[in-house]
Design a protein around this ligand. Structure first.
Ligand SMILES: NC(=O)c1ccc[n+]([C@@H]2O[C@H](COP(=O)([O-])OP(=O)(O)OC[C@H]3O[C@@H](n4cnc5c(N)ncnc54)[C@H](OP(=O)(O)O)[C@@H]3O)[C@@H](O)[C@H]2O)c1
Length: 314
């Protein structure tokens, strides 16, 4: 019991989506005291004995009080809203939180040339964290992992309880055996993407909690492959040739301007992600976390897909 009291405390901000995966990994590891910060009471978590604190993310005071009273050591945010994260970061600083993880579990931020430098967006959050880290006020890191493999399960990431736009039809639609792939006009569907299951991402994030030094970015991936190989694996798993449409850079920009004009948010997200893929933002390159935690055996993409899909019968 005494040892348990001495365990440092981690707060996961956001109970759903990736937050749920990270929460489960932390509970399984059993090395950290855990508190979930949520906008709502979470009775099913509380019934399992998981501590949940309801917070008002518009109130610095509400966040400060919870973080200070709970003596939180590390905050992991899965909240995709930059404004909320900026309030949360300020509350972490005033409450004496030592480490912060922003909701950045995608491509490498250092390879993200396309996000605007004006306005409050994800880069604003990262710039604020850079400042705090450089001034030794708050340690932070981003976890780069590429695309979640869960994008390709029935119902996609939304079907896994995540937020956002991915319903399992982006890039490769295994249900309807079709694909829409961004291409380079010279080399075809040659962009490299990294893929990691959210289950593995959560395990690496949990493992990284025990590292004494946190670099500004930590990298992981389960698989690294060209888009055309992603398609080949999907066709092998479904045992069918897919109907494929290719979008070159001009198609992407044209469709994106139309999606923006018509307010088609899902298409905007899909096309922006395709643009990022073409810029190789989802090619993580190296995987330092896989090397540090070799016991975390990441699932290969084909094995992952076969858990959800059978060969097509029609
Ligand atoms: N690499 C990939 O392919 C990929 C795919 C999807 C997501 N991601 C990453 O994972 C992160 C989390 O995505 P997600 O889909 O898990 O997020 P999400 O489901 O939209 O949100 C996660 C949790 O955050 C809280 N939340 C959401 N919006 C909020 C708001 N406006 N204000 C306060 N709290 C809010 C909610 O928890 P409560 O209801 O408990 O408050 C929610 O359950 C993203 O930022 C992204 O970095 C990566």
């Amino acid at each position: 019991m005494a040892a348990e009291l001495r365990r440092p405390k981690v707060a996961v901000c956001g109970s759903g989506g990736l937050g749920r995966y990270i929460t489960e990994a932390i509970i399984r590891a059993g090395e950290w005291d855990l508190v979930i910060l949520s906008r709502h009471a979470q009775p099913e978590l509380a019934e399992r004995g998981i501590r949940v604190k309801v917070v008002d993310y518009t109130s610095h005071e509400s966040l400060h009080n919870v973080l200070a009273r709970q003596r939180v050591h590390t905050v992991i945010s899965v909240i995709p809203d930059p404004d909320v994260q900026l309030v949360l970061i300020d509350a972490c600083v005033s409450a004496g939180v030592l480490r912060f993880v922003p909701a950045e579990f995608e491509g490498s931020p250092s390879q993200r040339p396309l996000y605007s430098s004006s306005g409050r967006d994800r880069m604003t959050v990262l710039r604020r964290l850079d400042e705090l880290r450089e001034n030794n006020i708050l340690v932070s890191t981003t976890f780069s992992c590429g695309l979640f493999m869960e994008y390709f399960v029935p119902g996609g990431w939304l079907g896994c309880g995540g937020g956002g736009w991915n319903d399992g039809t982006f890039l490769i639609d295994l249900k309807h055996k079709k694909a829409v792939l961004p291409i380079d006009s010279e080399t075809g569907a040659s962009a490299i993407v990294c893929l990691t299951s959210a289950i593995d991402v959560a395990q690496f994030v949990c493992g990284a909690l025990s590292l004494e030094e946190w670099p500004p970015e930590m990298k992981m991936f389960g698989e690294r492959m060209r888009l055309r190989d992603l398609l080949t694996i999907a066709e092998t798993v479904r045992d069918r040739e897919f109907k494929v449409k290719y979008l070159n850079e001009d198609d992407i920009e044209y469709n994106l301007s139309r999606a923006i004009a018509s307010g088609d948010w899902k298409s905007q997200c899909e096309l922006q992600t395709m643009r990022s893929i073409n810029y190789e933002e989802y090619d993580i390159g190296s995987r330092d976390l896989n090397a540090i935690f070799p016991h975390i055996r990441t699932i290969p993409f084909e094995v992952f897909l076969r858990r959800y899909w059978r060969p097509s019968t029609h």
